[in-house]
Design a protein around this ligand. Structure first.
Ligand code: KIV
Ligand code: ZN
Length: 526
């Protein structure tokens, strides 16, 4: 039977709603905070990717979260064909009201309210009885419906919930007016067979379950998030929740790009067709890595640098005869393109733009292109061959938006004769500031100079240096982890000069910390 949905109208049985929570569940994970500009940029990319619902944030978590959901609703949410803009809320009135206010400007809007239903969560975390939870569900959904007809309700920790109680809670949410019911595997505990059992049970036992959309939301603690999602869809779920690159609490959420390509590659076994522009997957993944400073691992499915690389002789031989021997989807179908352009100091701006496109960065604004091109030329003067990895490291560093602290220049003296010292020049909120410091080595002097210019109490927890490519002229890629009042952030920086790369990484981490400072992390969200 087909469902009549308030935001999507009449839905065929093979229609699956793609719900992206990169900006909420994903952004909530340690080190992945984004500032407003970065969220707006990511939101645009997700819309271009073709997602149906964008969970833009948790408005009552902090004023910053409220503002970012509101801005996304006011800008992107006004466009024709924009995704449904969604705000998360617990069941308390204040949360629902804030979420309602934040999504109101969007043409299509959703409130997503949730409450835990497992005995463990109800007893220990909520200190509520089953009846309290049923009442809170009814009240929350009813209030949410006064803001929008599109209301999602989630049974947090659904996969560890007593089955009879889960059915009662879902029924209460449907009766109160929820149009999407989400059954999250909050702690990544379920196996695929559990998903089949739970989704089939709800469809069989709960009155009205065939009139709403059932949704699946899986965490990856056992590495099963994507497999569980596929099992839930096979059992009747018609909304898939996930994040780009699988980012999210602990081991993350189900990776949207993997689910989409699994479903696309196996139409023989899957009953649904996601409306995702798969050719945009890579650039969306890259943008997220650029903004957050976290690369995906090389062997990551779909978007890892080795995902389509063939190394073994037998594989290469087969692949050259017919790519289908070892490739189940084409690299182009997810946005990889074959570029044989070798970049060096004679390469021009057009070739550089082409290369960025081939590497999955998509269209780049003129200002960013000019700055990145200047740094590329500078690198090409110092380095004979500029590899794709060099360009990625360089532009990842360059394309970060709206940072309050910017690297301007660094001059370091080091060696066995003179005490190491660093002359540092930074731009803080548009004002250029200098400092000179000595230290226990050039990196220490550099970090002290940053500390002098921008005093802070964050503690350096990790400092690690790796090479982007091989050779003594390779760029160094530095990671710096800072901790302040229990909040942890990682920053990355790349340069042929290890000390400059270190300064960039430290500054990146500090900028992320400034974003974190403005927020109170909700404690009970996963
Ligand atoms: O994992 C979870 O249970 C969640 C809910 C808020 C949907 O993220
Ligand atoms: Zn979650």
């Amino acid at each position: 039977m087909s469902i009549n949905h308030p935001s999507f109208g009449q839905l065929d049985t093979d229609r699956v709603i793609m719900f992206d929570t990169t900006l909420r569940d994903g952004e909530q994970s340690p080190g992945f905070s984004m500032n407003l500009g970065e969220k707006l940029r990511m939101a645009d990319a997700l819309a271009d990717l073709g997602i149906d619902v964008m969970e833009a944030g948790f408005p009552n978590a902090s004023p910053g979260d409220f503002e970012s959901v509101l801005r996304i609703a006011e800008t992107l949410g006004q466009r024709d064909n924009a995704p449904v803009i969604c705000g998360l809320a617990r069941t308390g009135r204040a949360d629902i009201i804030r979420a309602g206010e934040a999504v109101t400007p969007a043409k299509r809007k959703r409130i997503h309210t949730f409450i835990a239903t497992s005995d463990l969560h109800m007893r220990v975390k909520l200190r509520m009885t089953r009846d309290d939870v049923l009442q809170a569900t009814t009240d929350a959904v009813t209030l949410a419906r006064s803001y929008t007809d599109d209301v999602e309700w989630s049974a947090e920790d659904a996969t560890r919930t007593d089955p009879d109680f889960l059915c009662r809670a879902v029924e209460a949410a449907i009766r109160a007016g929820a149009t999407t019911i989400n059954l999250p595997d909050t702690v990544g505990y379920a196996l695929p067979g559990d998903m089949t059992r739970i989704f089939s049970m709800i469809l069989e036992r709960v009155p009205g379950a065939d009139t709403i959309i059932l949704s699946t939301h899986n965490h990856n603690d056992l590495g099963l998030a994507v497999a569980n999602t596929i099992a839930a869809v096979a059992a009747g779920a018609r909304q898939i929740e996930g994040t780009i690159n699988g980012i999210g609490e602990r081991a993350g959420n189900a990776a949207l790009e993997e689910i989409v390509m699994a479903v696309r590659t196996r139409p023989d076994a899957m009953p649904v067709k996601p409306r995702i522009v798969t050719e945009r997957i890579l650039r969306t993944s890259k943008l997220l890595s650029t903004i957050t400073g976290f690369d995906v691992q090389p062997n990551k499915a779909i978007v890892g640098r080795n995902a389509f690389a063939h190394e073994a002789g037998i594989h290469q031989d087969g692949y050259l005869k017919d790519a289908a021997t070892y490739e189940i989807m084409t690299p182009e179908s997810v946005g990889w393109s074959n570029s044989s352009l070798v970049m060096g100091k004679h390469s021009g701006r057009a070739a550089f733009r082409d290369k960025l496109n081939a590497l999955g960065y998509g269209e780049v604004g003129d200002n960013q292109l000019n700055d990145a091109f200047r740094r590329f030329k500078d690198l090409a003067d110092r380095k004979k061959i500029v590899y794709d990895e060099d360009i990625s490291a360089l532009v990842d560093d360059q394309f970060r938006d709206n940072e309050r602290i910017k690297f301007i220049s660094l001059d370091v003296r080091a060696g066995s004769k003179t005490p190491p010292s660093a002359d540092m020049e930074l731009e803080i909120d548009g004002v250029i500031v200098h400092a000179t410091e000595t230290g226990d080595g050039p990196v220490d002097a550099t970090f002290k100079a940053i500390q002098t210019i921008f005093p802070h109490s964050a503690i350096l927890q990790l400092y690690s240096v790796g090479a982007v490519t091989t050779g003594t002229d390779a760029q160094a890629k530095v990671t710096v982890r800072l901790e302040e009042a229990g909040k942890m952030v990682d920053g990355q920086g790349a340069d042929t000069d290890t000390i400059v790369a270190s300064a960039r990484a430290y500054i990146h981490a500090l900028n992320k910390l400034l974003v974190k400072r403005t927020r109170t992390e909700p404690a009970d969200l996963t």
